[in-house]
Ligand binder design. Structure first.
Ligand code: TRP
Ligand code: SF4
Length: 334
């Protein structure tokens, strides 16, 4: 039997090429070898965006389109929206019973966000309980593996602790302790050399038009020592080079650029043009697929309905085991 995988992303809008080269390429690889559940976490998005939530549905479709365009296959994996599988919220409530508040207050991600995000009131029940809902997302499918980045390690550890405590009260083996499948990914730099991140405004979106990509590359800063075309440069001091390392698969061309930059035989504009050509080449089929889905809302809704149906079938199996174990009357009519 195939192992089971679950993972999600919050619905916060368009994804960028860092997501693509990182988490998503990993998800796509996994869909052949595992039974995969991938969901758009709209409840999680609301924990911090509840006061400004009107765009959430649009963000869900943006996320779905980005996923489909990079090659997630709805025939291979269950792709759905978290809130369409009510058992996420239901199990979240059950887990809330046994989760000590101290664990949540001690969560480093919580402390960090409370300290740093000042423009929103995050002093709410659901924001504190974020990891409880996340534990439910995972434990609902009794998944053994969760592909996540390093930034989610603390949350995953909490999921394991919650599973253990639940099993302690209601029965060993009821919930499966999930393992992180740490995504081994290149640190994808943005257009300013820092990590590509929405909040830095240095991203190239997956859906970004060819013109806009070129415009961003064209205006990137390079090695500051290369003032004139005849000045030699050092690729290691240049964010354009960082992007070549991730997005230019042609090692021979990269070696040529590396040498050409150091000897000033290649100019920065040509170097950027080469990078641009590689990125456009890589994105062309992705944009084609995106356009196909984008003009067919019915197709997207069918994919979501089908994915949620599959997810609910698995979720029901779990809840039917958990109810009697917790001393509740099983709701077999669900
Ligand atoms: N917290 C994750 C993030 O911010 C999103 C997420 C929600 C998730 N539920 C999950 C990831 C369950 C993996 C499994 O990226
Ligand atoms: Fe950067 Fe390329 Fe210019 Fe060298 S030639 S400084 S790597 S943009």
């Amino acid at each position: 039997m195939k192992g089971r995988i679950v993972s999600g992303m919050r619905a916060t809008g368009l994804l960028h090429m860092g997501h693509m080269a990182g988490a998503l390429s990993n998800w796509v690889r996994l869909q052949d070898d595992y039974e995969c559940y991938y969901f758009v976490a709209d409840w999680h998005a609301l924990t911090s965006n509840y006061a400004d939530s009107a765009n959430t549905a649009g963000y869900c479709y943006d996320t779905l389109l980005d996923w489909l365009s990079v090659g997630l296959d709805p025939e291979k994996c269950a792709i759905f929206i978290q809130s369409h599988v009510p058992q996420h919220a239901e199990l979240g409530w059950a887990l809330a019973m046994i989760t000590p508040l101290g664990w949540l207050y001690r969560n480093p991600t919580y402390k960090e966000q409370i300290d740093n995000i000042k423009n929103k009131d995050l002093d709410t029940f659901a924001f504190l309980g974020y990891p409880v809902l996340m534990a439910a997302d995972i434990l609902l499918y009794r998944a053994d593996r969760v592909p996540v980045g390093e930034d989610q390690s603390a949350h995953l550890e909490l999921s394991r602790e919650i599973a253990r405590r639940f099993n302690h009260f209601y029965g060993e083996g009821l919930l499966v302790e999930p393992q992180a499948l740490l995504t081994e990914t290149p640190k994808v730099p943005g257009t300013d050399g820092r990590k590509m991140s929405k909040s830095y405004g240095n991203s190239l979106q997956i859906s970004e038009s060819p013109e806009s990509v070129w415009n961003k590359l064209r205006t990137m800063v390079t090695d500051p020592a290369r003032i004139k075309r005849s000045d030699p440069g050092d690729p290691n001091k240049c964010p354009v080079w960082d992007l070549h390392k991730v997005f230019n698969p042609d090692a021979a061309e990269r070696a040529e650029i590396d040498a050409g930059c150091r000897s000033a035989s290649i100019g920065c504009v040509d170097c950027k043009k080469k990078l641009n050509a590689r990125i456009q080449e890589m994105m062309a089929p992705i944009h084609e697929r995106r356009a196909k889905y984008a003009r067919d809302r019915k197709l997207m809704d069918d994919i979501l309905a089908h994915g949620a149906e599959r997810a609910r079938a698995t979720a029901r199996e779990t809840m039917d085991i958990l109810y009697p174990a917790m001393g509740l009357v099983p709701a077999f009519s669900r």
